[in-house]
Ligand binder design. Structure first.
Ligand code: ATP
Length: 268
């Protein structure tokens, strides 16, 4: 492979045969079994399945953030030449900030109610990238503006409880994107929001992915949510991937009975 081919090679995270167990009082739980998928930069990969199917555990393992009773029992997570699962924890954590950004279902749990948006954004940006307060402030303003806030300076004076759920989620996305991650893991980011706001947030995630060439892993229990924005869809059930395909194929030609059930639940 010549250097130009190497340069043109799509950048991606490759998850291969990932298995995760938890030790519990009742014994071992096999939460994730032999799961394989890819997250390409500039593309949206959706992981879809009902509650408890192993979506969040899978994504937390990519970031090295499994609960202490959890253990990866097999598989690899490749980023370029590195297997993230084999890296020393310190090196892995240092890589995380620049490699992955994460947004969750409830932005209120990620934002501190005591501090203004300005304090949280400026400190968050400075924690992950070496820059002055002024530079961090300017980055925050720009990214809030990109997320649809017309007067970011005014917004930054507010504290989270003064904002709606949808506004807090846009603030969280702005904060993550200001850190310029290569991949964004969005775990049920629209589940707590009403339908109109859901659509707004989906549009923003779609734009970030395609304009900034960010690879998105979108986790949801609702196949309907990702139908319009996902490039590739993986269906998870009881810790396994039971179906996969591009969004159109999944809807048009579902292979697995569970996928058919998920589609029926959207239509009915
Ligand atoms: N710390 C833990 N100890 C024991 N079991 C756990 C732990 N964390 C997760 N699990 C189990 O792993 C399985 C997968 O959980 P996970 O949270 O990934 O599901 P999910 O598909 O993301 O569902 P939800 O959307 O409800 O979070 C579940 O059976 C869950 O109970």
């Amino acid at each position: 492979m010549d250097s130009q081919q190497k340069k043109d090679r799509p950048k991606k995270i490759v998850v291969k045969n990932l298995s995760i167990d938890f030790d519990c009082e009742q014994g071992k739980i096999h939460a994730v079994k032999n799961v394989s998928f890819e997250i390409l930069k500039g593309s949206i990969t959706a992981l879809v399945g009902e509650s408890g199917s192993g979506k969040s555990v899978t994504s937390m393992s990519l970031m090295g953030l499994l609960d202490s009773n959890g253990k990866v029992t097999g598989g690899n997570v490749f980023w370029e030449k590195n297997d993230l699962l084999k890296m020393k924890p310190k090196k892995r954590m240092a890589l995380n900030g620049n490699l992955f950004g994460m947004i969750f279902q409830d932005p209120m749990t990620s934002l501190d109610p005591l501090f203004s948006i300005e304090t949280q954004m400026v400190e968050g940006i400075r924690y992950h990238s070496r820059c002055s307060k002024k530079e961090a402030y300017e980055k925050a303003v720009k990214n809030l503006f990109d997320m649809g806030f017309d007067e970011p300076e005014k917004l930054m004076k507010k504290r989270p409880f003064e904002l709606s759920g949808g506004m807090c989620q846009r603030v969280m996305i702005a904060m993550m994107i200001a850190l310029e991650p290569q991949f964004l893991i969005a775990d049920e980011p629209t589940t707590a929001l009403d339908v109109t706001v859901q659509k707004q947030i989906l549009k923003k995630i779609y734009r970030i992915c395609h304009e900034k060439n960010v690879g998105v892993l979108f986790i949801t229990h609702d196949l309907g949510v990702v139908g319009e924005i996902a490039d590739k869809v993986y269906i998870m059930q009881k810790g396994e991937i039971v179906d996969k395909g591009n969004a159109f194929d999944i809807f048009d030609r579902p292979n697995h009975s569970y996928t058919k059930k998920l589609i029926a639940s959207i239509i009915n």
